[in-house]
Ligand binder design. Sequence first.
Ligand SMILES: Nc1ncnc2c1ncn2[C@@H]1O[C@H](COP(=O)(O)OP(=O)(O)OP(=O)(O)O)[C@@H](O)[C@H]1O
Length: 452
Amino acid sequence: MSFKIFIVEDDPWYGQMLLHHLSLNPDYTVELYTTAKECLSNLSSNPQVICTDYGLPDMNGESLVSKIKANNQDIPIVVISGQEEIAVAVNLLKSGASEYIIKNDHTTDLLWKAILNIRENLSLKSEINDLKEQLREKHSFEKSIIGQSDALKNTFTHIEKAISSNINVSITGETGTGKEVVAKAIHFNSIRSKKRFVAVNMAAIPRELIESELLGHEKGAFTGAVGQKPGKFEEADGGTIFLDEIAELDLNLQSKLLRVIQERECVRIGGNKSIKFNVRLITATHKNLMEEVKEGNFREDLYYRILGLPIELPPLRNRGKDVLILARHFIKEYARENKISPPILSEGASDKLLKYNFPGNVRELKAVIDLACVMCDNGQITEQNIRYHTVSENGMFTITEKTLREYNADIISFFMDKYNNNVLEVSKKLDIGKSTIYNMIKNGEVPGNKAK
Ligand SMILES: Nc1ncnc2c1ncn2[C@@H]1O[C@H](COP(=O)(O)OP(=O)(O)OP(=O)(O)O)[C@@H](O)[C@H]1O
């Protein structure tokens, strides 16, 4: 697409010379005007840059810059002037001009370079806007939080309230239930979405570094502080700060955090200037914070300060058929990333997924499905392709109530799966007779080869 440039110059010879010079670039469409009025009345044709003389017959440079900016804040303006006075240049730059070039033998070269720079900046800006849009799209509510169970629907109502307000949000839920996904969905769908989402995991940063990570530090504030570093609260200004695993913060840091949140300002370590910030705070923990307060591990005043709108994410085992909806979503995602057609989830595989209690929640399901996609053949994920590696105390039991015989069948099936259907091995491991296993295979209660 061609790049439109306006030149505003009352000296006809000088104007023609600039027009000729800039037109040497075939990407540019250059239009020449001799008065400020002409330039202003053609702004609707959307020039990408305006290069104007400072002393026009009907208006001076500063007034023209202000009028252009009032019409469109984003148009870059280059002012070319015979005036070498610094004060004039400063005033022009203050009123919004991007460049100030003196009329001399180098003007055309400087103008050429200035426009190249402006063009590069504009293309970077548009790339950043596209990426931000993609990010918003990726974290849109419907696309990032998959599930339709009643347990989750209740959560959706809370998330919508959080999106349309500015209140602090505290998210609780077992590991892998999607706390970070929810925090991002709130940020990227809220009015703060154009500013940053800054995530800090309290459990992942060494205790002695957390304070400088959150508040920043000045050069030389402590051994290793080789340069100045802004803190995460500053970085998140205008946006959202997500403090993950908040319960891991020690009591000393909790009181510092309380002060920072209350006052909405902080001082970098080793600094003396107070820095104000405007952030929405979202916290998350897999612990029960109220219990932590009762046990004296978490400050009560901080608890109430961060509580805001509490959102509790249900564990995957309480989300019923969401397991299958999510499984199909992850299969599609895997297929898209690996450029294959999505394998089909067999009935046996679906049953196996529904019977498991997923102690690692959605994160575990994703890992199980990714592996199943790798292991499956002929475009079909079978029961055998679904393998669990994290067995919690009750991980292999079903989430529905069953008879003892059915539980036995589940346990034997689990071991058959683990030992590649080797009945002899399984009977030894479980200390039960081989014939019991063969009978269960014959009755279809346990998968395996029916022949003895
Ligand atoms: N409802 C959901 N829809 C789609 N993907 C999800 C959903 N919930 C979680 N995930 C995916 O599961 C994984 C774990 O999610 P996330 O990191 O948000 O969990 P978490 O609760 O913050 O975990 P932790 O407590 O360990 O930090 C991520 O890959 C995430 O994309």
